[in-house]
Design a protein around this ligand. Structure first.
Ligand code: ADP
Ligand code: MG
Length: 273
C-alpha cells in the first residue's frame, strides 16, 4: 500500500460482516480508500449497500471485521478526538430538554476547555450556521432544517479535521436541502476541513464532491471513482444546469445502476489509491 503524507484518512481493505446466531450479513468487502487532507469526498450507493456501516467504522463506533482505518496515521479503534459526525436522524441526535447552546456545547465539555473558551466556540459555531439568534431555543421549537444546522454547529464547534456526514439532508425539503448543501460547502472552505459525505442522492454527491466514490451492492466494494472537475465554487442554479454537471451525473448514475452507458464516454478507470 502506497502511503501519502497528504492523506488524512486511509481505509485499507476494510470488510464488515454482521454476525448473529440467526444470520450473517456481509456488508462491506475490501474497501480501500484514501482521502487527502482538506478534500471533500462524496460516497454514493444504493440503500443497504453499507454506507452507514462504513461511516460508523471510520468514526470508531463499530469494529471492522477485516482491514484497518487510519486517521492522521493512527489506527482508529475508538472515536477519535479530531472527528465530527452528523447523522441523518437529527431529531434523535439532539437533546430535547437542552437548549441549542447546550446541545452544541455538550461535546466540548469533555475536552478540558474553560467555560469562557467553550462559550466562544459555541457562539462562533452558531454564528457560522446562522443560528446566533436561536441559542436559547429548544430543538423542538425549530424546523427540521434548523435542527440540522444545530447538529452541524455541534460537529464543527471543536474544529474537527475530519467531518463525517451520513445522509444529513435527506429528511428536509428541497429548498432547505439546497441551503444546507451550500452552507456545508461554505463551512468546508472556511474551516479547511476534510469531509467524507455519504448520500444515496447522485446529484447531491456530484454537486458537493471534489470526488465521488461509488459503492456497489452489498457486500460492497468501490465500483468506480470520479474526479468532479466542476468549478470549485458551486451554486444551485448555475452548477446544476451546466452541461458538465449533467455528464458527470449520468456517468455516476450508470455506475450506481450498473448499466452500460451508450452515448457518453467511458467513466474513469476504477482507481483506489
Ligand atoms: P446503507 O447505509 O447504505 O443503507 P447499512 O450500512 O445501513 O447500509 O447496511 C448495510 C447492510 O448491513 C444491510 O444489509 C443492513 O441490513 C445490514 N446491517 C446494518 N446494520 C446491521 C446490524 N446492526 N446487524 C445486522 N445487519 C446490519
Ligand atoms: Mg445508511
Amino acid at each position: 500500500m502506497v502511503t501519502d503524507d497528504t492523506d488524512l484518512l486511509r481505509i485499507v481493505e476494510l470488510g464488515k460482516s454482521y454476525r448473529s446466531r440467526e444470520r450473517n450479513v456481509d456488508a462491506l468487502a475490501g474497501i480501500t480508500l484514501s482521502v487527502r487532507d482538506g478534500e471533500f469526498v462524496a460516497v454514493v450507493g444504493p440503500s443497504g449497500c453499507g454506507k452507514t456501516t462504513l461511516l460508523k467504522i471510520v468514526a470508531g463506533l463499530l469494529p471492522a471485521s477485516t482491514g484497518e482505518v487510519f486517521l492522521a496515521g493512527r489506527p482508529v479503534t475508538e472515536p477519535p478526538a479530531d472527528l465530527g459526525v452528523v447523522f441523518q436522524e437529527y431529531g434523535r441526535s439532539l437533546f430535547a430538554w437542552k437548549t441549542v447552546r447546550q446541545n452544541v456545547e455538550l461535546p466540548l465539555r469533555h475536552r478540558g476547555l474553560g467555560r469562557a473558551q467553550r462559550r466562544e466556540l459555541v457562539a462562533e459555531a452558531l454564528d457560522a450556521v446562522g443560528l446566533a439568534q436561536a441559542a436559547q431555543a429548544y430543538p423542538w421549537q425549530l424546523s427540521g432544517g434548523m435542527q440540522q444546522r444545530v447538529a452541524i454547529a455541534r460537529a464543527i464547534a471543536y474544529r474537527p479535521r475530519l467531518l463525517l456526514m451520513d445522509e444529513p439532508f435527506s429528511a428536509v425539503d428541497a429548498q432547505t436541502r439546497g441551503d444546507l448543501e451550500d452552507l456545508l460547502a461554505t463551512l468546508w472552505r472556511r474551516y479547511a476541513m476534510t469531509v467524507l459525505f455519504v448520500t444515496h442522492d447522485i446529484d447531491e454527491a456530484v454537486y458537493l464532491g471534489q470526488r465521488v466514490v461509488v459503492l456497489g451492492a452489498a457486500p460492497s466494494g468501490i465500483v468506480a471513482q470520479f474526479p468532479i472537475d466542476l468549478p470549485a465554487v458551486r451554486d444551485q442554479i448555475g452548477t446544476r444546469s451546466a452541461a458538465r454537471f449533467g455528464e458527470l451525473r449520468a456517468q455516476v448514475y450508470a455506475q450506481v445502476r450498473r448499466t452500460p452507458e451508450p452515448t457518453s464516454p467511458q467513466p474513469h478507470e476504477v482507481t483506489t489509491r
